[in-house]
Design a protein around this ligand. Structure first.
Ligand code: SF4
Length: 272
């Protein structure tokens, strides 16, 4: 095991050596155990989206060129790709939903341990959502914003407010031309699962287009909501100088590692 082949980070190399000596398995070990990885899987031409499968396409054109339902390699690869998009967008945007729920609790519950730390950011975001901020109490503005962002996840009509409130008009025009303006966060993910099922979408270009729309609903919807509400609840980030990587661990003290990407819990642990 050569740690330098696995990571260029010196602290990680040191940790990999220690793990090797201690017989502790890691992702690199498991990757080696998987070699050679499944060729059909790597090409995305194996499908098990329905009970008639699994089906696979012969990439050398000597065997089957369509699944039982008639899906070609293009269709199967596009279905697999956009289902991965659905999974990623769901994971990413649900992080935003969790923060939106925390924000709602702050608005509804005076004794919540969470609080609105950045009022300027609250007003700025509220204004983007068309919420009146002048001469209004912070709590009132926050309540309206909470309702607006919650609606973005499951709305049945129209398009995402944030998809027109943030991106430049030229970008919005491109989305409109291609028919990929995101409508709501959950809807685009559900539509992927629908269209990629047997007997539904088979045009690979159309499937990939829906994947793009779900990406946009995540990036300009759930993910953006997570960022904006995190700033409001935990304070907008400022550049600071700090240590990084596994080298921050101290041998002679108890180390508590909090995961900052999902700050709802870690922020309150640090505060306590
Ligand atoms: S959806 Fe089509 S290609 Fe996929 S498993 Fe079912 S029959 Fe096979």
């Amino acid at each position: 095991m050569d740690p330098k082949k696995r990571s260029s980070d010196k602290a990680t190399q040191e940790m990999l050596e220690r793990m090797y000596e201690a017989g502790i398995e890691n992702a690199w070990d498991r990757l080696e155990q998987q070699e050679p990885q499944c060729g059909f899987g790597r090409l995305g031409i194996c499908c098990r989206n329905c009970a008639m499968g699994p089906c696979r396409i012969d990439p050398f054109e000597e065997g089957p060129q369509a699944g039982v339902c008639g899906a070609t390699a293009d269709t199967i690869a596009a279905r697999n790709l956009v289902r991965m998009v659905a999974g990623g967008a769901a994971a990413h945007s649900d992080h935003g939903r969790d923060i939106a729920h925390t924000f709602k609790l702050v608005v509804e519950n005076e004794s919540s341990d969470y609080m609105i730390k950045d009022e300027r950011k609250l007003k700025e975001v509220a204004a983007r959502y068309g919420i009146e901020t002048k001469d209004r109490q912070i709590k009132e503005i926050a309540r309206d914003l909470s309702e607006a962002v919650m609606t973005e996840f499951g709305k049945q009509e129209g398009t995402l407010i944030s998809a027109s409130a943030y991106p430049p008009p030229a970008r919005q025009k491109v989305w409109k031309e291609f028919g990929v303006t995101p409508r709501s966060i959950d809807r685009e993910i559900v539509e992927i699962m629908h269209r990629t099922h047997i007997g539904v979408g088979s045009d690979y270009k159309n499937l990939v287009k829906q994947g793009l729309r779900a990406c946009l609903s995540d990036g300009w919807g759930g993910s953006l909501i997570a960022t904006e509400l995190s700033d409001i609840l935990f304070g907008s980030p400022q550049p600071i100088r700090f240590g990084a990587n596994l080298g921050v661990l101290e041998a002679k003290q108890v180390n508590i590692v909090v995961h900052g990407h999902e700050p709802t819990l870690s922020d309150i642990i640090v505060a306590v």
